[in-house]
Design a protein around this ligand. Structure first.
Ligand SMILES: *Cc1c(COP(=O)(O)O)cnc(C)c1O
Length: 478
């Protein structure tokens, strides 16, 4: 180390000197003294290391205080902060699935801020039931006799299997032994539920007689599973719910149907692909139906169980129910989300998931064209940006083969190589991270889920002032 460097090291201010600098007032005010002190120590250590490496560092007390502020601010940014989901996957499991409707957000916030009659009957003044808040809504929307709600659909499946087939047999087609992702594999869930798995049929074909031959005095349930995230095509056969329900009834065994994504409306009426609705499966005779709250249904994470009254009562008596129940915050949001379904005409306006799914390509394309100059300016000359037609998907394992015509921006790097990965990383580091997907060395930003165009533009690096602010889009959405 030369003499100049050691002199500079000696000149570094002390921690106290930095904390006494004028710029440190805001630091202490905002983050508190312990955190401020720690950040100043870290900033001084960085300055020391940079000096020893021969760098030119600004080390006046004020500069160190400003650096400490920036450091704490960056540390304080939650990784759970809002981001722009431009992946083209509408209910992206890794990005928190459904975006919650405004009415549900308000209901959840009110429930958070206040005491609510969660398990309290306001009329009698006596103890009430948690499920009462959503039971009648769920029954109305599905035609079921009774309903209950737990933490998620995985919990609903576990709880129902344990209730119906704990210590007994559960019959499932080999074509429906699904893995949903992560640790949700049906055979494992069955084992944890204490049910003995009886596989019937083959991977591609299962017939009614396969089920019939498997029913014994030990059978606790016949389980049908919606193969949400894959499809078997070609020489295939499966037994429909109605047919299976007749067999179950004759055999005096309950039929459970795990629907996965819970669809409460006819999606075809909104120009989307058809999926069996919960109401249809109930009408076909399934005794218990389980489905998710945060997939196509567009609500918060939840698992619903609807079906026959005595079976729901048995599910509710299972001690595991308590371990899987939902809290007042989510219950309030679930109730508000389900209420939106009572007005199907305005559902696409109010429920973000449906709003996103029903946006037309030409509207998204027009939005991409409006945003393009802002993105091009923000990225500078090293990138080529163009409007591109692309395909969105629903996500969370629903209708995996269906895509929806969409549009967005495709960004290519003129230098190629690492540049696109670096750009993707830079966009993920923005105050509001932007997450797209890389396809063939280009970063594709699918605008299907871009609600707030102004916020997107303002969030771009060096957000430019000269370009005209984008107006409301012609389809009345932002
Ligand atoms: C998604 C899914 C589940 C799990 O639901 P979560 O809400 O993620 O817990 C279970 N079964 C099927 C068929 C599914 O598609």
């Amino acid at each position: 180390m030369d003499g100049v460097t050691s002199a500079r090291l000696r000149d570094l201010p002390s921690v106290d000197a930095v904390l006494n600098a004028a710029a440190a007032d805001a630091l202490v005010e905002r983050f508190g003294r312990p955190a401020a002190t720690q950040a100043v120590r870290a900033a001084l250590a960085d300055a020391r290391a940079a000096l020893q490496a021969g760098g030119q560092v600004r080390f006046a007390a004020e500069d160190i205080a400003v650096q400490s502020f920036a450091r704490l601010e960056a540390d304080n940014r939650s990784a759970l902060r809002p981001l722009f989901n431009l992946t083209g996957t509408v209910t992206h499991t890794n990005l928190g699935r459904a975006v919650i409707a405004e009415a549900a957000v308000e209901a959840a916030v009110a429930a958070m801020r206040n005491a609510v009659a969660l398990e309290f009957d306001l009329i009698s003044g006596k103890r009430g039931e948690r499920d009462d808040h959503v039971r009648s809504l769920l029954c109305d929307l599905t035609g079921a006799e009774d309903a209950t709600v737990v933490n998620n659909n995985a919990a609903a499946v576990l709880l129902c299997l344990n209730t119906l087939a704990g210590g007994r047999q559960a019959i499932v087609s080999r074509g429906e032994l699904i893995e949903i992702g992560g640790a949700f594999r049906l055979p494992d869930i069955m084992a944890r539920a204490g049910a003995r798995l009886i596989e019937v049929g083959t991977t591609n074909r299962t017939h009614l007689r396969d089920y019939r031959d498997a029913v014994t005095a030990e059978t606790g349930v016949i389980l049908k599973v919606h193969t949400s995230n894959y499809r078997i095509e070609g020489f295939t056969a499966e037994v429909g719910t109605a047919e299976l329900a007749r067999l179950a009834k004759t055999a005096n065994v309950p039929l459970m149907h795990d629907l996965g994504s819970g669809v409460l409306i006819d999606l075809a009426a909104y120009g989307l692909m058809r999926e069996p609705t919960v109401r249809e499966v109930v009408a076909d005779g399934a005794d218990l139906v389980t489905f998710s709250g945060d997939k196509l249904l567009g609500g918060p994470q939840a698992g619903f169980v609807v079906g026959r009254r005595e079976l729901i009562a048995a599910v509710n008596r299972n001690p595991m129910k308590r371990a899987l129940r939902v809290d007042k915050i989510r219950l309030a949001a679930i109730e508000a989300t389900l209420r939106l379904y009572r007005d199907p005409d305005r559902l696409a306006e109010r429920l973000p998931t449906l709003r996103f799914l029903t946006r037309k390509r030409e509207h998204i394309e027009a939005q991409a064209a409006r945003v393009l100059p802002h993105v091009a300016r923000a990225l500078g000359g090293a990138f080529a940006v163009e409007v591109m037609a692309c395909e969105s998907q629903i996500g969370s394992g629903a209708l995996p083969l269906e895509t929806i015509p969409s549009a967005g921006l495709a960004i290519g790097a003129k230098s190629g190589g690492q540049a696109i990965e670096d750009l993707a990383r830079r966009l993920r580091a923005l105050p509001r991270p932007v997450v797209g997907r890389i396809v063939c060395d280009r970063l594709v930003l699918d605008f299907r889920c871009l609600d707030d165009e102004q916020a997107f533009v303002a969030n771009l690096p060096h957000g430019d002032a000269e370009a005209p602010a984008p107006g409301p889009s012609p389809d009345g959405r932002r």
